[in-house]
Write a protein that binds this ligand. Structure first.
Ligand code: FES
Length: 110
């Protein structure tokens, strides 16, 4: 088994949406192994990150997306969805997850 195949085994990918379910500029909350994950489409590229805001746990995936920045709908903390980094304090970072596109399916790795 090569290194790439071993990595595939170690990261379990889950189908979470169709690509058409999340148009460019939009996001939604999906479930990966029972946990809510925020999924966003930035100009056709998909990004997945923790749905739990580092401030007080707001649902990041329900926030407005402007470019690559999402605003938490509860008190307005902002994160770059490409990295999970808070825009004011980049040391505060939401966990990110690998995303894979297979056909028109979006898969998220955990
Ligand atoms: S819970 Fe997200 S900004 Fe307060």
């Amino acid at each position: 088994m090569g290194a790439a195949r071993l990595a595939d085994v170690m990261v379990a990918f889950v189908r979470v949406a169709k690509t058409t379910d999340v148009p460019p500029g939009c996001g939604r909350v999906v479930v990966v192994h029972g946990y809510p994950v925020a999924l966003f489409n930035v100009d056709g590229r998909f990004y997945a990150l923790s749905n739990v805001c580092l401030h007080r746990g707001g649902p990041v995936g329900e926030g407005e997306l402007d470019g690559s920045v999402v605003t938490c709908p509860v008190h307005g903390w902002e994160y770059d969805v490409r990295t999970g980094a808070n825009t004011i304090n980049p040391a505060a970072r939401l966990r990110t997850f690998e995303v894979r596109i297979e056909g028109d399916d979006v898969l998220v790795g955990s």
